[in-house]
Design a protein around this ligand. Structure first.
Ligand code: FES
Ligand code: FES
Length: 157
């Protein structure tokens, strides 16, 4: 059974006719062509598919698309529209938090959401926030460094 949904993606209103079983990841990548959000495990384990719904990180691969009706989604394509998101993107680049890059969109949107709500998190708070995101390349230290770059930059501002 198909359903009509209306929601915002990166500040733009979208209406779509979707299969009732579709995930938000299906809609983002296949219907909207926003392929920056990655498809990894499709089981809610790796975080590659993370997007923000009303500012909160979710694993879009296990999020029913019908549930996004009336809500606001931000993907990696829209994250640099905000000052925090732009700073996080730049910090990942500067700190070497990007290697193969497959995990990077999920990490960046998750970190941006964290710092929007808590501009000066402790390392434990950062690790907890990133618990749903897996990186096979960096060993995580450069990712933690990237978060620190943004936090210390904000503290200097
Ligand atoms: S692809 Fe969604 S958590 Fe892995
Ligand atoms: S940079 Fe390759 S998985 Fe994280």
């Amino acid at each position: 059974m198909s359903s009509g949904i209306s929601f915002a993606v990166n500040g733009r209103g979208v209406t779509a006719q979707i299969d009732g079983a579709a995930t938000l990841l299906d809609v983002i990548r296949n219907d909207l062509g926003l392929t920056g959000t990655k498809e990894g495990c499709t089981e809610g384990e790796c975080g590659a598919c993370t997007v923000l719904i009303d500012g909160k990180p979710v694993h879009s691969c296990i999020y029913p698309a019908v549930s996004v009706d009336g809500h606001s989604v931000v993907t990696i394509e829209g994250i640099s529209d905000g000052e925090t998101g732009r700073a996080v993107q730049e910090a990942f680049w500067d700190a070497g938090g990007i290697q193969c890059g497959f995990c990077t969109p999920g990490f960046i949107v998750t970190v941006a959401a964290l710092l929007e709500n808590n501009p000066a998190p402790s390392e434990d708070e950062v690790r907890i926030a990133l618990a749903g995101n897996i990186c096979r390349c960096t060993g995580y230290s450069q990712i933690l460094d990237a978060v620190e770059v943004v936090v210390s930059g904000k503290e200097r501002a």
